[in-house]
Design a protein around this ligand. Sequence first.
Ligand code: FAD
Length: 549
Amino acid sequence: MAGPVLFVLDEDPSVLDVLLSDLDRRFGNDFTVKGDSSPKAALVTLGAMAKRGEAVALLLVEDKQTDFLTRAHELHPQAKRVLLVDRDYSSSSPAVQAMALGRADYHIVRPWSDDEMMYGAMSEYLAAWTREQEPNFELFRIVADDGDPRLPQLRDVMSRFSMPFGVYPAGGATGRRLLAEAGLDATSLPAVISHDGQVMVDPGLTELARAVGVNVKNDIETCEVAIVGAGPAGLTAAVNASSEGLETVMLEQAISGGQAGTSPLIRNYPGFPHGISGGVLMERTCEQAWLMGTHIVFAQQAVGLERRGDCRVVHLLDGTEVSARTVVIATGIEWRRLGVPAVEALLGAGVFYGAAVSESRAMQGEDVYVVGAGNSAGQATLNLARHARTVTLLVRGDSYATSMSSYLVREIESTSNITVRRCTEVVDGGGNGRLERLTLADRARDTVEEVPAAALFIMIGGEPHTQWLPDDIVRDPQGYVVTGREVLEQPGVPWNGGADPLPLETSMPGVFAAGDVRQGSIKRVASAVGEGATVVRLVHEYLRTAAPV
Ligand SMILES: Cc1cc2nc3c(=O)[nH]c(=O)nc-3n(C[C@H](O)[C@H](O)[C@H](O)COP(=O)(O)OP(=O)(O)OC[C@H]3O[C@@H](n4cnc5c(N)ncnc54)[C@H](O)[C@@H]3O)c2cc1C
């Protein structure tokens, strides 16, 4: 049976032959390997394949052929684009611009001295393509009305735990059949039906997490380190603490990954030249923490923290508590709200805070809007532009170049289905049960306009998750946790920890903060990871000098 196609363009027929036979030898069982040495002929072939509905998984093209790659990708938008490049480490290499402008997904350096290295890279690119295709096997089937506001959370949980799933409209033939087989009717929505027949009606996070099979109840009463929050800072602290022999419990109010887990592509994390999906990076770190020995509890919110003698006690929403010698607060931030009631009312029904990775594909062919001027808004805009018909980035100020990385600004300005509207704010919105229109105020022209809109992604910064902390953990006026020597500079804060606070230590001795939640933090994945690793070294230092319990 002919599988999805790996298509190669190389103008040197002898190189092309070698490539085709190498690829066929390794991947020929699962994929059809084709190629051409003429760009013109290759486009004709690819056009005919598009008409026949043949899937192309990879387009492998010499780096000087970026125009060809753009046209080939228009014919096969799902294909991953791989550039064959000469490595010269110069900033003028065509590969640098192609990657920065989003005109290629990956590169392979030629000549490769090691076939296995090339095959390894190809396997990774093919795995990325396969992950984006509709799953053949669905572990969970979700039946819901179109625009059900609870759908985004269901999709998010399934995506973040890598559960293959499908969503079926309750009114469609499959949806009706699934409901009937489960003994349900259209009043029991959304329904989640697992492959083994287990049925959940409108499940909460805890029920979903249980169905996925993860731990939602803490059964460890005492430990050396309790980490609150499983984003990059908390997960890295967990990997390091457990690997260094500290008995570690990690408490997460939702599912692991934090903000980073919602980022479709993190391009600035070291070691991943083509970028990495935040979800994948966080899932791997979570597995690593677990395999190092961290006891991870999901869907369990920390609601209080107190000092009890030499122990620090974290109180959980289910009424239980964990007593730890040290605590790491890694609870990150919550997105700031837009403050337009009509739009807030449609939260989850076309209105989203942050860029939910799982929502992007659902935007196919739609006109969507993004509010914000930072890197998150920029990345969301570019990711949505791969699926939506048009994406409009709404920027409140008259420029976004100062708040967004220049590589994102360049990429946005060179993507044809993206429009940027400066000095523009969302002032109203509405729709019949889901977002259908937005009202935009142009502050420079003093005009108001109603536009059709299928979705709005709001990415305007946030507030730290620190409301659960007691008053003796000092915070700045924005709510960020103050750490290190700055604790001593706060008016009226009695420091009773002996020597000066350690870096990352809060005003409660033995309690540390790491990542976005900390005053002065850099709000980047790598910075959160750095603090997560650093904090463990400081925990050791604290434990060495603190009285034994
Ligand atoms: C869409 C998006 C794209 C981004 N893209 C990039 C990028 O490309 N590059 C980059 O460097 N950075 C990026 N960032 C920023 C980056 O994700 C954050 O800086 C990073 O995630 C911060 O990590 P953290 O561990 O401090 O906090 P978070 O990732 O926010 O994790 C905090 C965790 O704590 C949990 N929590 C909160 N309160 C409680 C409680 N009371 N009890 C238990 N658990 C709790 C939360 O559920 C969450 O899982 C992006 C952010 C977003 C939202």
